[in-house]
Design a protein around this ligand. Structure first.
Ligand SMILES: [Zn+2]
Length: 471
């Protein structure tokens, strides 16, 4: 008899698919069902597309059923039409301030790409269902936090349209704004043909600001934005003249590892077709977390395509052995692995509030105006900020993105192609404060990918426990 075994403890990145099947006599690892042996049903059991009410009700229900595992979140900005945008966070002991790295996963920037919301939601169910019983999922939820926003563009989704409603109070007769052309990094470029749908300004749209806020206040070491269709895995650059990402080697290795699971074609986004203003380029150049667009499904239509949604996720039927769920698991393994990000360790007084911040400008492209005129690039002030409360024993381990930042191709002077290995040796500013906010010590922490730095907060310790105003 042949059994499949979990590759969890070994790390799935390095294992080819064939290695996942071993004979009974060799295995001591946990025995789990392979994708094809798992019941050919989605984790939630759904067989039809969700409505926005379904998404919202299900996320609320999951958080109520699993209060230690699922936290319901409301994003800070309502849509242009005044709708709330919701998400959930999933990890063991979800309400703790824990310093875990984050996988951020989204669906439906484009409101007519329904499968992108379904796969996002199903992966959330998958982790919740398996949090205690699957060894790999259990371990990963000890190591990482996963944030899900299945429907980013709620206004577009409720009218089954790619774009949001834009500035008009009603969507009727309004072309809307493509919120996946509205991210500020490289915005306004004359690449591609998106000048009309990019929105009135860089990062002008509340739906985009929601995701920017999530990304800049969490340490998202991997970001996946799900779209349809074409079975591709897209990474920077969005336009060829921007050049390869400084982390192209890591990017292409992770792409290959994910593609080995779902059978999709990995490529640099600009070699599919050129755009700017999409999520992953902005998020990568702002945070250095690796951002990807997953173009799931081969079929773009939402008519009678739910069987394909199921098969694409599970790796059954026409996609036998090519499971997008397994590609998501590879992404989660990478998000959790300190080799792919940075670690700040130290000791601080119990209850002290630690904060890391960075401030810098990113830039738009030279901005294409009507008549072909190019206006100068605009600065995009960028502020990253995360906090952590020191635990009872004071020892903290904080998984963060590197302080060392990729050199962006979009500059005050126009587009200058970057390439592998081009980084800015910047630091995080780490403060140690009382709960009242009174800062007791400030240190600069320079840390690169795969590195760990130990910080000593002697001054904070002395002052926190000594005389002075208490929080
Ligand atoms: Zn899309």
């Amino acid at each position: 008899m042949t059994l499949a075994l979990s590759v969890g403890l070994l790390g799935s990145l390095s294992l080819p698919a064939a290695a996942a099947t071993l004979t009974e006599s060799t295995g001591t690892a946990a025995i789990v069902r392979s994708a094809s042996e798992r019941a050919a049903a989605l984790p939630s059991g759904r067989t039809t597309y969700r409505t926005i009410t379904d998404y919202n009700d299900e996320m609320l229900a999951l958080s109520k059923q699993h209060p230690d595992l699922v936290k319901h979140i409301t994003l800070p900005h309502k849509t242009r039409q005044g709708r709330e945008v919701y998400g959930i966070e999933v990890t063991h002991d979800v309400n703790a301030s824990d310093g875990k790295p984050v996988l951020l996963m989204m669906g439906m920037h484009h409101g007519n790409e329904w499968p992108s919301g379904e796969h996002t939601m199903e992966f959330a169910y998958d982790l919740v269902n398996n949090a205690k019983k699957d060894r790999q999922v259990k371990r990963l939820l000890d190591q990482a936090r996963v944030i899900f926003v299945p429907v980013v563009n709620v206004d577009g989704f409720v009218i089954n349209r790619r774009t949001s409603c834009g500035l008009s109070p009603t969507c009727a007769g309004n072309a809307g704004i493509d919120i996946n052309r509205n991210y500020p990094f490289g915005w306004g470029s004359n690449a591609g043909s998106n000048a009309t749908s990019r929105g009135p300004g860089p990062g002008s749209e509340p739906e985009v600001q929601n995701i920017m806020d999530l990304t800049t206040t969490n340490q998202a070491t991997v970001l996946i934005t799900n779209h349809t269709s074409g079975h591709t895995l897209l990474r920077p650059p969005l336009e060829k003249r921007a050049g390869d990402a400084p982390d192209e080697a890591a990017y292409s290795a992770l792409t290959d590892a994910m593609a080995a699971k779902n059978g999709y074609t990995g490529m640099k986004s600009g070699f599919d077709y050129e755009t700017t203003g999409e999520t992953p380029d902005w998020s990568y150049y702002a945070t250095r977390g690796l951002g990807f667009t997953f173009e799931i499904m081969k079929t773009q239509s939402t008519t009678n395509t739910y069987p394909e949604v199921i098969e694409d996720y599970l790796g059954t039927g026409r996609y036998e052995g090519k499971s997008n769920r397994e590609a998501f698991m590879v992404a989660l393994e990478y998000a959790a692995d300190p080799a792919g990000h940075s670690v700040i360790k130290g000791k601080a007084p119990k209850g002290a509030v630690l904060k890391i911040t960075k401030n810098f400008d990113l830039w738009t492209a030279p901005i294409l105006q009507t008549g072909g005129v190019l206006d100068p690039p605009q600065a995009i002030p960028t502020h990253l900020e995360s906090s952590l409360v020191a635990p009872t024993n004071g020892k903290f381990t904080w998984h963060v993105n590197p302080s060392v930042r990729p050199v962006p191709a979009y500059t005050a002077n126009g587009v200058v192609a970057t390439g592998p290995g081009n980084f800015l040796r910047e630091s995080w500013t780490l403060t140690c404060a009382r709960p009242s906010g009174e800062v007791l010590e400030t240190v600069n922490v320079t840390v690169d990918r795969g590195e760990q730095v130990d910080v000593r907060l002697q001054e904070c310790k002395k002052r926190f426990n000594g005389k002075g105003p208490k929080g």
